[in-house]
Ligand binder design. Structure first.
Ligand code: SAM
Length: 413
């Protein structure tokens, strides 16, 4: 497997990780590609452009990158601080109360060990960092300063996202969401021996890249696109540095203080990756592209499909997403979508966000020119769910397939 790591394109000024995970603020300018060693397939280059950025914007991106690396590095201190706080609370109890909690301190020790294992995994992600080298001074400066909770949450979310995308434990979530999308794309764009690698599929908001990878494995020319550096660093590690099934164990739930039935639940580990990410067919075409999907792909009507999963509600202006997808697709091509409408920027005082109901959105999609081919409601989907928690969230997602007609009458402005 060859890695082609390149500094390519700028990203947006937010980096949401999960549904419901809102604010952000950075620019990033990286791309990692992954092919089978048969040479660069040029997919990225034929579909993207590089807008010019000012020195100040580039410096902001570098600064953001340093913050992300620092947040990853701060993970252990952050986790240990929380555990020590628990210990302090315990020590403040009366001796009589402490004696009623005989295993409490052992549990805290076990959590410390799990945090250490997670931290070593994080160090592996950083070792594989394809982007920018940081000087020792820069790293030391950062690691010694506490990092904003917002960023620490992103680190924890990244570990939990590994459960969703790259562990056997995430199979249920993946079947619920990716399964439907994959089946749809196979219905409308079936891969045969003769057209292998011929259909170009874009998956914006790819997260840790599993859906994009599955599509490449099935013979699509698949590009995942993502603008969160947390996601990009972690997916780069899995896709470009992992070659063995279940090579790493991590503990995604140690930060979950509430809703545990058993104290052992926090200590449940998962192994990643559940597949060998290099196990792709000969001649496969697969890439992960960094940057804001609204900025980095030319509107050249060349994609055969756009597949969106838990993504469209990340928009400030969802109509702009619809129009952009329209412009990316060639006439006759398809858009497959699954997800809720949990608008990431809703109710944020400084942010514009057009919060449409699904019927308003559907009307806007149709007015853009798309024709609905399939539509399903109430699809139960969980998202990065701790299966043992007493609190279980379930989305009732909408799924649709629509087509840009071969001879479009209406076009987006
Ligand atoms: C809710 S997550 C879904 C991830 C993945 N599709 C899944 O189902 O697990 C949404 C993802 O979209 C990414 N994202 C949001 N806006 C984006 C944009 N404009 N361009 C690229 N990625 C974006 C976020 O960083 C986040 O990883």
């Amino acid at each position: 497997m060859d890695n082609n790591i390149e500094r390519l394109t700028p990203a947006a000024d937010t980096d949401d990780l999960t549904s419901g995970d809102t604010s952000g603020g950075f620019h990033e300018e990286f791309s990692c590609e992954h092919d089978d060693g048969s040479g660069h397939d040029g997919l990225y280059h034929s579909h993207s452009h590089r807008p010019e950025y000012s020195e100040q914007e580039l410096e902001e991106e570098r600064q953001h990158f340093r913050t992300v690396v620092a947040a990853f590095r701060y993970y252990k201190k952050h986790s240990l601080k929380k555990i020590t706080k628990q210990q302090t609370h315990y020590e403040d109890l009366s001796k009589g109360q402490q004696s009623k909690l005989p295993l409490f301190l052992d549990q805290l020790d076990a959590l410390r060990q799990c945090a250490d294992v997670n931290y070593h995994f994080i160090l592996k992600i950083l070792e594989q960092n394809p982007f920018e080298e940081l000087s020792e001074d820069e790293e030391n400066n950062k690691i010694n300063h506490p990092i904003a909770t917002f960023h620490m949450e992103k680190v924890h979310t990244t570990l939990r996202m590994l459960m969703r995308d790259w562990s056997a434990a995430g199979a249920v979530e993946r079947t619920q969401a990716y399964g439907l999308l994959i089946a749809a794309i196979q219905r409308y764009l079936p891969v045969t021996d003769r057209n292998m690698g011929g259909f170009r599929v874009l998956n914006p908001g790819a997260g840790l890249g599993r859906l994009s990878w599955e599509l490449a494995k099935l013979g699509y020319a698949s590009i995942g696109n993502e603008f969160s550096l947390y996601m990009l660093l972690a997916s780069n590690f899995v896709l470009n540095a992992c070659t063995e099934v279940d090579a790493f164990k991590i503990y995604p739930w140690i930060g979950h203080a509430s809703n545990n039935t058993s104290s052992a639940d926090k200590l449940i580990g998962i192994t990643v990756p559940d597949v060998n990410p290099t196990d792709l067919p000969a001649g496969h075409k697969f890439g992960m592209v960094a940057g804001d999907f609204l900025e980095i792909f030319d509107r050249e009507a060349s994609w055969d499909a756009v597949v969106t999963c838990f993504f469209i509600d990340t928009a400030r202006n969802i109509v702009e997403y619809v129009e952009h997808i329209w412009q990316l697709l060639r006439p006759g091509a398809f858009w497959m979508n699954l997800g809720p409408l949990l608008y990431h920027f809703a109710d944020m005082p400084q942010e514009c966000c057009i919060e449409l109901s699904y019927d308003e959105l559907k009307a806007a999609i149709q007015k853009t020119g798309f024709v609905f081919l399939e539509e399903k409601f109430d699809i139960p989907c969980s998202y990065v769910q701790n299966p043992r928690s007493m609190l279980q969230y379930e989305y009732r997602c909408v799924f649709f397939v629509c087509q840009k007609p071969s001879d479009p009458v209406i076009t987006a402005s």
